[in-house]
Design a protein around this ligand. Sequence first.
Ligand SMILES: [Zn+2]
Length: 144
Amino acid sequence: MPLEVQRINEGTVIDHIAAGAGTRVLQILSSSYPLNGMAALIINAPSKKFGRKDIVKIEGVFIDEKIANRIALIAPEASVNIIKGGKVVDKHHVEMPTSLSALVKCPNPKCITNFERAPTTFIHEGKYLRCRHCERVFKPDELA
Ligand SMILES: [Zn+2]
């Protein structure tokens, strides 16, 4: 019998998170929004596409594009379902932005952005992101 998780009437369901990335997605959400309602993390759910996937459900929170972009760094295949009145009113894939500004800190401790509180900008290069200030290249999940 499949694990039953209560449906939510108002909120966001993030589906198709790569197995293992769900806890970090939930961390991003809990540090970005006040989570007053129910939240559920389902790990290793069966998936036709991936074999296994993680799912996060949060009640009373409708995630915005900025946070969806952050989630894309660690779960590039994730889909976002906005639920209102018990129905899916919007469904879209997260998208890794072509450039990320002021969203994340540069992991290079010597980068000038960490001294001058300058806004960071990362440029997409294939599977990697390059800091415009120190020119270092990072994997997306290093920035998330
Ligand atoms: Zn940098």
